[in-house]
Design a protein around this ligand. Structure first.
Ligand code: PMV
Length: 323
C-alpha cells in the first residue's frame, strides 16, 4: 500500500484561465504547456490501517487547514475510485532552486495522483491519471506528460484530459525562469479565475483568443518554429493578464521587477536576439528562446538580476514511478 512518484511542473504557452465547473475542474478553454526538467515534486503515499485520518507533510512541514481540506478531498476521490478505504500518510518534497514560490500545484497534484492511485492498487493509464490529477488542480492535468502537452477541455469528467503534442522537443526550446519574488501569491489562481469569469467584459473575447492561439501554436510546434511559439505565447500571456486588470475588483500578478524583466526581453529583441516572455499567476517571468541564444540572454539579464535568480530549464519528462 505504498508508492512513490515524481512529476515536473509545467508552464502554459497558451493559458488556462477560468473554470466552467468548479468541482470537476472543467475549463472554458483548451490550453498548451511545456513541462520543465528543473522543477519537480516527489511524493510518497502509504495507506495504513492504523491511521484515523490522512496526514500530509510538505517539505517536512505540516499543512494549513485550507490545504489539508483540499488534499483530503483529493484522497477521498482516490478512495472512491479504488477498493481502498484506509487513510494515508503523504510525504511530498518540492525541488525548486530556492525555498518557495515555484512549487507549482501542477507538479504537486500530478505526483500525488500517481503515487496515491498506485498505492491504492489502481492501475491507471495516462489518460485516467490526467483526469484524476485535474481534480486537484487544472494545470496538473498536463504534468502527467513530458514536453509539449495539450489539455483538451472536453465537456465532462470523462472527456477533459491532456494529450502529448511533442514529448521529445528536440529543437532547442528552453526557458529561463527569472525569479522576482518566490513568496506565496496574494490572489490564488482559483479566486483570480472566478473573479475574472464573473466580472471581466473581455472574457468572451479571451475564449476566442485561446481557440485561435491553440491552432496557431500547434502549427508552430509542427514547424519547430521557436520564434512563432514565443510570439504566440507572449501575446497569449499578456491577454490573460489583461483579464485581471479588467476584472472588478481589478488585480495584477505583476510586480515592479516583472516589468523590468519584460522590458529587458523586448530590448534584447531590438538587438536581434529572439526571445519572448510569459508569466503565470505570479510575478516570475519565464523567457522562451532557442538554446544557442542562452548565453547572450543570461549575460544581458545578469546586469539586472542576480545569477541565482536566473534558472535555466530544459523540457522535462512526464510522471515517473520511483523504487
Ligand atoms: O490550475 P492552477 O490553479 O495551477 O492554475 C493555472 C493557471 C495558470 O498557470 C496561470 C495557467 C495555466 O494554464 O497553467
Amino acid at each position: 500500500m505504498y508508492a512513490k512518484a515524481r512529476a515536473h511542473t509545467n508552464i502554459a504557452l497558451v493559458k488556462y484561465w477560468g473554470k466552467k465547473n468548479q468541482e470537476l475542474i472543467l475549463p472554458y478553454t483548451d490550453s498548451l504547456s511545456l513541462t520543465l526538467n528543473e522543477f519537480y515534486t516527489t511524493t510518497e503515499v502509504t495507506f495504513n490501517a492504523e491511521l484515523i485520518q490522512d496526514s500530509f507533510l510538505i517539505d517536512g512541514q505540516s499543512v494549513d487547514s485550507k490545504n489539508e481540506q483540499k488534499l483530503t478531498h483529493f484522497m477521498n476521490l482516490v478512495r472512491q475510485q479504488s477498493n481502498c478505504s484506509l487513510y494515508a500518510t503523504v510525504n511530498s518534497e518540492n525541488h525548486v532552486p530556492i525555498s518557495a514560490g515555484l512549487a507549482s500545484s501542477s507538479s504537486a497534484f500530478a505526483a500525488l495522483a500517481a503515487a496515491a492511485s498506485k498505492a491504492a492498487g489502481l492501475n491507471l493509464d495516462q489518460t485516467q491519471l490526467s483526469r484524476l490529477a485535474r481534480r486537484g488542480s487544472g494545470s496538473a492535468t498536463r504534468s502527467v506528460f513530458g514536453g509539449l502537452v495539450e489539455w483538451r477541455k472536453g465537456n465532462d469528467d470523462e472527456t477533459s484530459f491532456a494529450v502529448p503534442v511533442d514529448e521529445q522537443v528536440d529543437f532547442g526550446l528552453e526557458m529561463i525562469a527569472i525569479l522576482t519574488d518566490t513568496r506565496v501569491k496574494k490572489v490564488s489562481s482559483r479566486s483570480g479565475m472566478q473573479n475574472v469569469v464573473a466580472t471581466s467584459p473581455y472574457y468572451p473575447a479571451w475564449q476566442q483568443v485561446v481557440a485561435n492561439d491553440m491552432v496557431a501554436m500547434k502549427s508552430a510546434i509542427v514547424k519547430k518554429d521557436i520564434n512563432l511559439i514565443g510570439q504566440i505565447a507572449e501575446e497569449n500571456a499578456m491577454r490573460m493578464h489583461a483579464l485581471t486588470l479588467s476584472a472588478q475588483p481589478s488585480f495584477t500578478y505583476f510586480n515592479a521587477d516583472s516589468l523590468v524583466a519584460m522590458s529587458a526581453i523586448k530590448d534584447l529583441r531590438t538587438q536581434g536576439i529572439n526571445c519572448y516572455y510569459t508569466l503565470d499567476a505570479g510575478p516570475n517571468v519565464k523567457v522562451i528562446y532557442q538554446h544557442t541564444d542562452r548565453k547572450a540572454i543570461l549575460d544581458a539579464l545578469s546586469t539586472k538580476f542576480s545569477k541565482q535568480n536566473l534558472v535555466v530549464s530544459l523540457p522535462g519528462p512526464g510522471i515517473e514511478y520511483l523504487e
